[in-house]
Design a protein around this ligand. Structure first.
Ligand SMILES: [Zn+2]
Length: 301
C-alpha cells in the first residue's frame, strides 16, 4: 500500500486513477494550488475549493482511492493582492470540511512582500484551527526560500512537527530534518529530483520524517512516481520498513495530526461501486459497465 501525499488529480485522467490503484496507491492528498491560468474572480477559488472536497473526492472513490486535500492560497496568486484578500475571507469556510488535512500549499514563489504577507496570515489560520501546514518551497532560490519559510513559521510559533516542508533536494534536506520538520520530496520525471536521487537521500539520511510524492499535475509529471520510487528502493536494497515509512507511514503520521485522516478510511472502505452517483452524476458514460468489487479486492503489496 502507498500514499501519494501530493498530487493534483483534478488535472489527471481516469486512466491515471486506474493505474494508481493498480500500483497500490490507497490514499492521496490534493493540495490546493495554482491552475496554470491565473484566476480573476474569488468565485473561481470557491468552486475549485468545493471541487476538492466534493466532486474530486467522489471521483477518486469511484476508482478505489481515498482522497484528502489541503486548503490554502498558493504563493503565485498571493501576488494579486485584492483577490488574495477575498480568498482569505473564503478560506475559513473550507478549512473545517471533511477530508481537509492541512493548510497548504502555502509559502514563497518569487519571495515577494505580498507572498510573505499571505503566508504569515495562513500560518496564523493554521494555528487557529490546529491543522498541519504544507509548505511549497520556491523552485528559484530554493535554499534561501526554504530557510526563510522555516524561519517565518517559527516566528509565528508553529511546531515543526506540524509542518511539512515540500519539494526538498540535496541542498535543503539536512537543515529541514535537523530543525525537526517533515521533509517532502517530489519525484519529477527527467529532471531535478528523480527516483535515483531519492534512493541516495534515504540511504544517507534514513527514513525518519521523509515523505515521497509525485506532485503530478497538468505539467509533465508521473502519477506513479511513489510506487516507482518504492520499487527502485527495493532493488537498491533499502529495507522494506524504511520504504514503508517514506511512501506511506510518515505521510499518514504527519497529516493524520489533522484528525481527518485515518488508516481505517481505506482498510475498512466500502467496496468500489461505480453505480454510485453524486448529485445525479457518475463517472460512467453511456453504455459503460460499472465496476463493482467485493471487499476482498483491496490491493495489498
Ligand atoms: Zn503542488
Amino acid at each position: 500500500m502507498y500514499i501519494d501525499p501530493h498530487i493534483h488529480v483534478v488535472s489527471r485522467t481516469t486512466d491515471d486513477y486506474e493505474a494508481m490503484r493498480k500500483a497500490g496507491i490507497v490514499a492521496i492528498i490534493e493540495p490546493a494550488f495554482w491552475l496554470g491560468q491565473p484566476r480573476t474572480e474569488v468565485g473561481s477559488f470557491k468552486d475549485y475549493f468545493s471541487t476538492l472536497v466534493g466532486w474530486e473526492r467522489f471521483r477518486a472513490s469511484q476508482f478505489g482511492i481515498v482522497h484528502y486535500c489541503t486548503m490554502g492560497l498558493n504563493s503565485k496568486e498571493a501576488n494579486n493582492e485584492p483577490l488574495a484578500e477575498e480568498v482569505m475571507e473564503l478560506l475559513p469556510l473550507y478549512v473545517g470540511k471533511e477530508g481537509v488535512v492541512a493548510i497548504g500549499e502555502i509559502g514563497y514563489d518569487d519571495q515577494t512582500e505580498a507572498e510573505d504577507k499571505f503566508y504569515r496570515l495562513q500560518l496564523e489560520l493554521a494555528k487557529e484551527v490546529d491543522l498541519p501546514v504544507l509548505i511549497h518551497t520556491p523552485h528559484r532560490d530554493k535554499r534561501k526560500g526554504t530557510i526563510r519559510s522555516m524561519d517565518v513559521s517559527e516566528e509565528h510559533g508553529l511546531d515543526p512537527q506540524m509542518v511539512i516542508v515540500d519539494h526538498n533536494n540535496e541542498e535543503t534536506v539536512k537543515e529541514v530534518l535537523d530543525r525537526g520538520y517533515y521533509a517532502g520530496f517530489t519525484i519529477y520525471p527527467h529532471t531535478k529530483m528523480g527516483s535515483e536521487r531519492m534512493v541516495e537521500i534515504v540511504k544517507q539520511y534514513g527514513p525518519e520524517r521523509i515523505i515521497v510524492n509525485s506532485a503530478a499535475d497538468w505539467g509533465i509529471s508521473d502519477p506513479l512516481a511513489v510506487p516507482k520510487t518504492a520499487d527502485l528502493m527495493r532493488k537498491s536494497g533499502i529495507p522494506e520498513d524504511h520504504i514503508k515509512l517514506v511512501t506511506y507511514q510518515n505521510a499518514l503520521t504527519a497529516f493524520g495530526q489533522s484528525g481527518q485522516m485515518d488508516e481505517q478510511d481505506w482498510l475498512n472502505a466500502a467496496p468500489l461501486d461505480q453505480t454510485k452517483k453524486m448529485s445525479g452524476n457518475s463517472v460512467l458514460r453511456g453504455g459503460q459497465t460499472p465496476r463493482v468489487e467485493g471487499p476482498s479486492d483491496i490491493v495489498e503489496n
